[in-house]
Design a protein around this ligand. Sequence first.
Ligand code: GLN
Length: 277
Amino acid sequence: MTLQDFKLKMISELSSIYEMDELNSIFNLLSEDSLKIPRSKILLANEIDLNKSNQTFFQSALERLKTHEPIQYVLGKTSFMDMEFKVNSSVLIPRPETEELVRLMLKEDLDGKNILDIGTGSGCIAISLAKNLPNAKVTAIDISKDALEVAKENAKLNNVEVNFINADIFKYKSHKKYDVIVSNPPYVLESEKIIMKQNVLDFEPDLALFVDDNEPLKYYLEIINFSKYGLKSKGMIYFEINKRFSSELKTELLNSKLNFSVKKDFAGFPRFIKAKH
Ligand code: GLN
């Protein structure tokens, strides 16, 4: 069997689930990862023979993809801020919006600061900040022990020091004051599940995604509360938010007497908040 034979088989078996451009990028990721060849070489797919072990790998990946499992979980990794991150179903797959959040932060002079990432998941925010800000001291908390295991591996993989703490933000008491707090907490409403895709719903952790419809801002309000003693004066808060709740959050920030600005994501939706104590 050649790589091209597999490609055709994959396209015919997955075309009801994925668009053609997604299929192409899934095929490229699988090929690069298992055959360790550059993308340019993949164009010669009809000249590449798959040995037994490659065929087994491609076949089992295809079976998993057919169940709507995301390619990132199938490969066990993804890329974020040009760095490699391990992922499994205990952590959310890092999103491009979250890269925008990190890039927004990196425009400021944050090197040497004490930074706290709340609800770190795979560790993508904390670790990419630590990598880009070699003198910053980064702490990251998460309620999920399984997520922290992944985050710790990712810190090692990317050669950075992050202080990981297993804690629930609703109970966490910090004896330290931070210069910067960042969080991409769960913000998708339970009622939004009906518009979400099966690959997200069946495979990504609910704990990292969803919030009760009655309390859409609960994590943000708790973090704002926490910041009253956990953040230094003139400290900064950065949030990723649900585009549907930017005005409600603005009201809360005004009530808490914080200066803030709302930033849009690449799709033009209000997605980030930068607030100052
Ligand atoms: N942006 C993610 C999504 O739409 C949600 C991230 C989050 O809940 N913090 O799937």
